[in-house]
Write a protein that binds this ligand. Structure first.
Ligand code: ADP
Length: 200
C-alpha cells in the first residue's frame, strides 16, 4: 500500500517553503484532525471553526469525509483495508496542506487508532492536533443526520461504525470536545486550543 513503486524520483527542494508561506499568511499551519462517530459533529464543527478562522483572514481548507469519497477516494469502500487507505490518502493530502501554510480541518470518522497514529507520524510533533468529538452512540443515533443509523440497524449497511464495526476512542487526543453541548462552546474550545499552541 505504501510501498513506493516509482524509482528515479528525486525530491526537489523549493525555495519558497512552509515558513515563508506561514509568514505571508500571518499564522502557522496545522492539521486539525476531527474524529468521532458518525453524527458526532465533526463536519459541522470543522466548518464552523473554518468560518471563524476565515473571518480573521486565516487560510483554511476542510477535507470532508463524504466529499473526498466522491473524488480522491471514490474507488474505496468501507472494508478495513479501504478505510485504512482512505485515511492514508487524507493524511498525505493534509501533509501537503501543511507545507502550503494552510490550516486544514479533516472530518473523518477515522475509527482506527493505528490509522490516526500513522497520520500523526507523517508530520512533526505539534503539527497534528487530534480533536475527539465525543458524543454517545445514543445521541448520534437520535440525531441520525443522514438516516444511516436507521439503515444500519435495518441491516442495509453491512459495516457501520458503532453498530457493526468498532470505533476506537483516542487515548491521548490533544483536545476532547463534548458535542452534546452547544456548537458555539465547541468552536470556542478549538479556537482556544489554536491560540494556546501559538498557531494563531
Ligand atoms: P459527523 O460529521 O460527525 O458525521 P455532522 O456534523 O454531519 O456529524 O452532524 C452532527 C449533527 O449534530 C448536526 O446536525 C449538528 O447540527 C448537530 N450538533 C448539535 N450540537 C453540536 C455540536 N456541539 N457540535 C457539532 N454538531 C452539533
Amino acid at each position: 500500500m505504501t510501498d513506493k513503486k516509482s524509482s528515479n524520483v528525486v525530491w526537489h527542494q523549493a525555495v519558497i517553503d512552509r515558513r515563508l508561506r506561514e509568514q505571508q499568511n500571518g499564522h502557522k499551519s496545522v492539521i486539525l484532525w476531527f474524529t468521532g462517530l458518525s453524527g458526532a459533529g465533526k463536519s459541522t464543527l470543522a466548518h464552523a471553526v473554518e468560518e471563524r478562522l476565515h473571518a480573521t483572514n486565516c487560510r483554511t481548507f476542510v477535507l470532508d469525509g463524504d466529499n473526498v469519497r466522491h473524488g480522491l477516494c471514490g474507488d474505496l469502500g468501507f472494508s478495513d483495508a479501504d478505510r485504512q487507505e482512505n485515511i492514508r490518502r487524507i493524511g498525505e493530502v493534509a501533509k501537503l496542506f501543511l507545507e502550503a501554510g494552510i490550516i486544514s480541518l479533516t472530518a473523518f470518522i477515522s475509527p482506527f487508532r493505528a490509522d490516526r497514529e500513522r497520520v500523526r507520524s507523517l508530520v512533526l510533533h505539534g503539527d497534528f492536533i487530534e480533536v475527539y468529538c465525543k458524543c454517545t452512540l445514543e445521541l448520534c443515533e437520535q440525531r441520525d443526520v443522514k438516516g444511516l443509523y436507521k439503515k444500519a440497524r435495518a441491516g442495509q449497511i453491512p459495516v457501520f461504525t458503532g453498530i457493526s464495526s468498532p470505533y476506537e476512542e483516542p487515548l491521548n487526543p490533544e483536545l476532547v470536545v463534548d458535542t452534546s453541548t452547544t456548537l458555539e462552546q465547541c468552536v470556542e474550545q478549538v479556537m482556544e486550543c489554536l491560540r494556546q499552541r501559538g498557531i494563531l
